[in-house]
Design a protein around this ligand. Structure first.
Ligand code: COA
Length: 182
């Protein structure tokens, strides 16, 4: 009887593995903010595995302040408390990376209507490149709706307090970057 139950348990576990959903949350994360953390915490509750994909090639017109390695390391530190989340850098097309890691879902954050047009283009292009991977949008908590990495960098560069917007290690890294730049 015990052997039968054990066998059934193994079969269920195997089926569960087959049906598990991996999602990717891609971005430039230059640097990762509390808004991003909020989204990762929500996403981690929805998916079996959530990969935070840090893009080496960011969106058009962006020249990151932090190197890819720095952005990955800071994201790992800031997300260490979230179970089931991994942080990986990638240096190729997002959709190819998503396929490589077996992701069936791309998660993106929508803060305001102004985000929509760009996100619509991105999601449509990704669907055209690979129709089997679905993009879903999530809203961060409202207290983070106005945060962006650009604003955080700007406030920090000019000596403002960004502790409410980023993890302490990210804040220290920003201070360090601007101290060496001046
Ligand atoms: N809370 C706070 N801020 C948030 C947020 C949230 N939940 N979600 C997004 N943001 C902010 C970010 O801080 C960022 O601000 P910034 O523009 O001032 O830097 C902005 O919203 C969007 O950034 P992010 O979420 O990091 O995404 P991105 O637009 O930089 O990322 C990629 C775009 C990386 C997904 C896209 O360029 C890509 O896929 N690159 C890989 C190459 C590729 O496949 N290209 C073809 C795509 S079809």
């Amino acid at each position: 009887m015990r052997a039968v139950l054990c066998y059934a348990g193994n079969v269920l576990h195997f089926l569960g593995t087959l049906m598990s959903i991996t999602a990717i949350y891609p971005g430039t994360f230059d640097p990762l903010t509390r808004g991003h953390i909020d989204l990762v915490e929500r996403g981690a509750l929805m998916f079996d595995r959530l990969i935070v994909g840090v893009a080496a090639n960011p969106g058009p017109g962006k020249r990151p302040l932090f190197t890819l390695e720095e952005r990955v390391e800071l994201a790992r530190i800031a997300l260490a408390h979230v179970r089931g989340v991994e942080v990986e850098g990638f240096d190729c097309l997002l959709i190819n990376f998503a396929r490589q890691i077996g992701a069936r879902v791309i998660v993106r954050g929508l803060r305001a209507v102004s985000d929509f047009e760009y996100e619509f283009q991105l999601a449509s292009m990704n669907r055209r490149l690979h129709p089997g991977i679905e993009t879903i949008f999530m809203m961060p908590a409202e207290q983070y709706a106005f945060i962006s990495s650009t604003l955080v960098r700007e406030v920090s560069r000019l000596g403002g307090d960004v502790s409410a917007f980023v993890h302490p290690r990210v804040q220290a890294a920003l201070t360090g970057k601007y101290a060496t730049a001046s």
